[in-house]
Design a protein around this ligand. Structure first.
Ligand SMILES: [Zn+2]
Length: 281
């Protein structure tokens, strides 16, 4: 069975609550050996830290890691004090990255001058924190790829040295190539299993042709982004155990056996998160 790293989850949200251990065991049985818990709002950092501690006490579950950060989608709610909290939690939770950070202009209100300026400020501040703590950044970008690239250049963020992932990548071919060229890995979700996701498939293929499989990592982004084959009876509640669907679809796009692709993705995750996790059954 291919062993996998789920590079982006919200497995700490209360929706998993009482059954979290069963969900975690199921993921382990499907080969998931590490998963990253991703921050979005400061008021939930404690919840994340406590789920991480809880999971470290269980047997035969993936090892959980924290990545605190302030999500651009919740920009209305973030305050300067929250940045201080990010700083503090980065040290106390042993975070592997700052996440998820970036820009989102999908919603018109978020794209307004007031909120877009605030989004940029929080993005830049968190890049500075990443530099101070020497940690990779995991990017959330919707309809703002050019602006994100601009800020990464302005702040001289060096993904080749510091690592990083453009999570749940949704841009076009040229944008995909630009992020990979800067040193980011592209995070692929269950969206790749959607036959209508033509733009994504084309971007993935263009990057694969130029950079090979080394440019990618996989993620569930659970509880969102349910792979299409799992959407049975209208169920959209995703879980880390569904990660192999992403592996299999990506492997078929690359015309590679999944067993051959999995160790490459494992190494890519290590590189993007600057870890040395060993592949173990
Ligand atoms: Zn997310």
């Amino acid at each position: 069975m291919p062993l996998l790293i789920d590079t982006h989850t919200h497995f700490d949200v209360p929706e998993y609550a009482d059954e979290r251990q069963q969900y975690a065991k199921r993921a382990w049985e499907k080969g998931v050996r590490h998963l990253v818990l991703i921050g979005f709002l400061a008021k939930y950092f404690e919840q994340m830290a406590s789920v991480q501690r809880q999971m470290s006490a269980w047997q035969d579950v993936p090892q959980a890691h924290c990545a605190v950060g302030l999500h651009p989608l919740y920009i209305r709610e973030h305050s300067d004090d929250d940045l201080t909290l990010v700083d503090r939690y980065l040290a106390s939770t042993n975070s592997v990255a700052i996440a998820e950070i970036g820009l989102d202009t999908y919603d018109k209100t978020l794209a307004s001058d007031e909120y877009f300026t605030k989004q940029q400020k929080f993005f830049i501040e968190q890049i500075h924190l990443a530099k101070t703590h020497d940690l990779p950044i995991l990017l959330h970008i919707r309809k703002a790829h050019a602006d994100v690239l601009k800020i990464l250049k302005q702040t001289r963020y060096q993904a080749h040295e510091q690592g990083g992932i453009a999570h749940s990548f949704s841009g076009g071919e040229n944008e995909a190539l630009a992020f990979v060229k800067m040193g980011f890995k592209l995070g692929i979700t269950g969206q790749i299993t959607n036959p209508n996701a033509k733009k994504l498939r084309n971007a993935v293929l263009a990057v694969f042709k130029k950079f090979g499989a080394s440019a990618f990592v996989i993620e569930t982004d659970c509880p969102d982004m349910m792979p299409v084959p799992c959407q049975i009876d209208g169920n959209h509640f995703n879980e880390p155990a569904n990660l192999p669907y992403v592996l299999h679809e990506l492997a078929s796009i690359f015309a590679m056996p999944p067993d051959e692709l999995a160790p490459i993705l494992w190494e890519n995750s290590n590189e993007a998160l600057r870890q040395t996790w060993a592949m173990r059954d």
